[in-house]
Design a protein around this ligand. Structure first.
Ligand code: ATP
Length: 809
């Protein structure tokens, strides 16, 4: 059956279940909008499975009376989209601004419409507008005892059939997804029973022979197997890191220790990621429990070693489900007592509790649920009685479908492995990044009394920031420095790029000196855009003078270009015959082949913050179009992903360009454009055109976000990524240094692959030699020849109905 045929028949409901998480609203929005685009009819179910069981009271059935509803919105009414008009006969019950009726806990409404006694509610396009920036779930969630019983599920089946619903999207944790699978398996039996008891007709039974169901994982713990990220986990990590960043200053001021308890019963992802991205001193996670007899000594020794070199603050993070190797729980209060009694530290406990769940979703919790919501609808449209129920996940930066129960089974195996003290297995069931992040935490937090490497393997490592500042540059440098000192290398900071090198602006960095760099935005080393060809011979002389054995550049396209110049310079200058690495860090995310550069996540979050504020102003002043200009050079990454994360109407990118026809067509929409999408149609010109063309319909304003997009404090994702990639860079340098040492000749010849860029491709990290990278680069426009995110431009516009509107003229 084709998508279109299936779509005509599909009547789809979406519910959120279990503990709430940021991003659930984005799921509902994406599911509803995509389903409408595909020609389906859409419902939301309030209060999770409980709403399915309660259904709609008789007498509270949906209104089809469009005429009576029109104008009821008063000043808040909008011109509905064509899709809204088409579905309006079903949707009016909820239409009151952007989901205000749902936000109103009473369910009462000035127009007399009410949600009281109504749990399965027909919704349309406009009902889910503006849901992006809301935390939690606007349609409510609950834990339903009734749904756990067959009787409850029988009632739920009846309620769904009464509405005509035959497909269900469930967003929740492993319990909710198990419930979904049980429901689907039982469905035919439940339908037969309803038929035999005369509750439904033959025709209804025939039309609802099978239930299509799909699950999305809404859980702040990131505890589901077969997906790299669960919806809400990135936002929870943001909340935790914000709290730690705030605690840091008071801890430093009073020279205190803080023990923080974070969520995670069977999964230490939040504790681990928070530990690594906040530069904590010690962490406790369930998957890797410390030795029951020695953990207190180990922790005290580690923290004392930090205090001995002058560290004034101590942060220990304890996952809610932390245990020792004998499965004894480790509680924050106990850790506090040990630190107070044994080390005499003034120690406080902070339990972050439900603050971790709340608040505005971060950029990832807007883009990922949107992409997953779209995929959920696709999966339902393609579903047959023979296909399994799918869980929509994300792996290696790609949206995936996996059999739902397989994922639930694997997830439970982790808890099982922990309970059986098979911690190796528990770790192996997490993705490889989890293990690497844990190793990264130890590498950057442990002070070794003796360097790990033998004398002849130790290096003098030059570290430089090149190009514009980006969030995570300092975190990467901190990790590199700490790793160097642990191994016995000497890390040299080259301040102010190649200009600074020529000016001898070079200093050795210390373990404590970089302690606070995790949370610092900008570039502590100072940076500029000058390339080494300002005077390549002089640069080589400085490499020789400082006797660098290895060199790492953290930066964007300029760093890549610099690496190319240095590699080619090896023919003439022996000093460049050393291993050299480039770690991409740029908010433009324009370094070829790598899917993410450091700083791009921070920048997206800065954009989301700014756009939320702008939208508030836009909706307060009614009918105002905002044209938002982003940075990004000739790369439209920030504009496109930012538009997806903010729910913008149109995105202009340099890759796609702008022409007059486009502008004419777009004149009725809110705009987001990239700074160099066109030399002619600048932000100012577009804004003025919209102002002129808008006449009395709408006004137009512009906002050029400029350097604010470099962000303040780097996002937790950028910090954690910085540590992981920086440590990989250091071991790359070590490996190639060792290979060079093995060369017999006096004049060492570094092979081309020893000058390389570290790239993220999927979930794996790949090294690309600088000359190979050139083949993938559009050097003129300073971006990759291909970009994974470009396909989302159309999605951005589809989700605001632009293509449909344009098609209808
Ligand atoms: P969280 O991760 O926040 O705990 P969760 O989805 O795992 O989320 P649960 O309380 O386990 O939360 O499940 C949510 C709801 O899903 C339950 O209240 C129940 O209605 C339903 N559910 C869970 N397990 C089953 C099951 N085996 N059969 C039927 N329904 C179930």
């Amino acid at each position: 059956m084709s998508n279109a045929t299936a779509a005509k028949k599909m009547k789809l409901a979406v519910l959120t279940s279990g503990g709430d998480s940021a991003g659930m609203n984005a799921v509902v929005r994406a599911v509803v909008k995509t389903a409408i685009i595909k020609g389906c009819e859409t419902w939301i179910v309030r209060e999770g499975y409980e709403g399915l069981v309660r259904g709609n009271d008789a007498g509270h059935h949906r209104s089809h009376n469009i005429g009576a509803e029109k104008g009821a919105n008063g000043s808040r009414s909008r011109t509905p989209t064509p899709e809204a008009v088409e579905t309006e006969s079903f949707t009016q019950t909820l239409r009151y601004g952007d989901g205000d009726l749902l936000r109103d806990g009473t369910g009462d409404h000035p127009s007399g419409r009410s949600l009281k006694g109504r749990y399965i509610v027909r919704v349309g396009w406009d009902d889910v507008r503006g849901w992006f920036s809301e935390g939690g779930t606007l349609i409510g969630t609950a834990r339903s005892m009734a749904f756990r019983t067959r009787e409850g599920r029988l009632t739920a089946t009846h309620n769904m059939i009464k509405e005509g619903i035959d497909a269900l999207v469930v967003c929740g944790g492993d319990g909710s997804l198990t419930g979904a699978d049980v429901f689907r398996a039982e469905w035919p039996g439940l339908v037969s029973e309803l038929l035999s008891t005369g509750k439904i007709t033959q025709e209804q039974a025939r039309n609802h022979a099978h239930l299509k169901i799909v699950g999305l994982v809404g859980s702040i713990d990131n505890d589901m197997s077969m997906t790299d990220l669960t919806i809400g986990a990135p936002t929870a990590l943001h909340r935790i890191c914000e709290s730690i960043d705030n605690i840091n200053s008071t801890a430093y001021s009073h020279s205190r220790a803080f023990v923080l308890e974070v969520m995670g019963r069977h999964c230490g992802w939040l504790a681990l990621m928070a530990g690594v991205s906040s530069g904590a001193d010690f962490i406790f996670i369930p998957e890797s429990p410390p030795d029951a007899d020695h953990w207190a000594d180990e922790m005290c020794n580690m923290i004392q070693s930090h205090r001995d070199i002058g560290k004034r603050k101590t942060i220990v993070i304890v996952a809610e489900g932390a245990i020792d190797s004998k499965l004894q729980p480790i509680h924050a209060d106990h850790v506090k007592d040990i630190l107070s009694e044994r080390l005499g530290l003034d120690t406080r406990v902070t339990t972050l509790g439900h603050t971790q769940r709340g608040g505005r979703p971060c950029a990832t919790d807007r883009t990922l649920p949107t992409l997953q919501g779209v995929e959920a609808v696709e999966a339902l449209l393609e579903s047959t009685p023979d296909t399994p129920s799918y869980m929509i996940g994300v792996r290696e930066n790609k949206i995936t479908r996996v059999p739902l129960m397989e994922a639930v089974k694997l997830t439970r195996e982790v808890a099982q492995a922990i309970s059986e003290r098979d911690f190796e297995k528990a770790m192996s069931l997490r993705d490889p990044e989890f293990r690497e992040t844990l190793d990264g935490f130890y590498a950057t937090s442990m002070l070794e009394s003796e360097p790990k490497l033998h004398h002849h393997l130790r290096m003098r490592v030059g570290i430089m920031h090149v190009g514009a500042p980006a969030g995570g540059m300092n975190a990467a440098t901190r990790a590199a420095v700490r790793y160097c000192l642990r191994q016995g290398h000497k890390p040299f900071a080259i301040n102010n790029g190649f200009v600074g090198l020529l000016d001898d602006n070079v200093f050795q960095l210390s373990w404590l000196g970089v302690d606070n760099w995790m949370t610092r935005g900008g570039s502590e080393l100072g940076t500029n855009r000058k390339l080494p060809d300002i005077d390549l011979g002089a640069v080589a002389a400085k490499f020789q003078q400082y006797n660098f054995h290895a060199f790492i550049m953290i930066g964007g396209f300029e760093a890549f270009s610099s690496l190319q110049i240095l590699e080619q310079g090896r023919k003439f200058y022996p000093a460049f015959n050393i291993p050299m690495a480039h770690l991409p860090a740029t908010i433009s995310n324009n370094v070829p082949l790598t899917e993410f550069s450091l700083g791009s996540d921070t920048s997206l979050n800065a954009l989301v913050d700014a756009c939320d504020a702008i939208k508030q102003s836009a909706s307060a002043s009614r009918n105002r179009v905002f044209v938002v200009e982003t940075q990004g050079g000739k790369c439209g990454y920030i504009a496109t992903m930012g538009a997806l994360a903010c729910g913008a109407c149109i995105v202009y990118t340099p890759e796609r360009g702008i022409d007059l026809d486009m502008l004419r067509n777009d004149v009725k929409f809110l705009k987001r454009r990239n700074e160099v999408s066109s030399d002619v149609y600048t932000t100012d010109v577009i804004t003025k055109m919209f102002k002129e063309e808008g006449g009395s319909l709408f006004d137009s304003r512009s906002a050029a976000l400029g350097h604010t997009l470099q962000g303040g404090i780097p996002s937790p994702m950028d910090r954690a990524r910085a540590v992981r990639l920086s440590l990989k860079c250091m071991s790359f340098l070590e490996q190639h240094h060792e290979l060079l040492l093995k060369q017999q000749s006096r004049s060492k010849q570094a092979p081309p692959e020893s000058a390389a860029i570290i790239t993220i491709q999927g979930s794996s990290v790949q090294w690309v030699g600088v000359q190979d990278m050139v083949e993938h680069a559009d050097m003129k426009n300073r971006r990759g020849k291909q970009a994974w995110w470009q396909k989302y431009t159309e999605l951005v516009e589809a989700l605001v109905a632009r293509p449909q509107l344009l098609a209808k003229g």
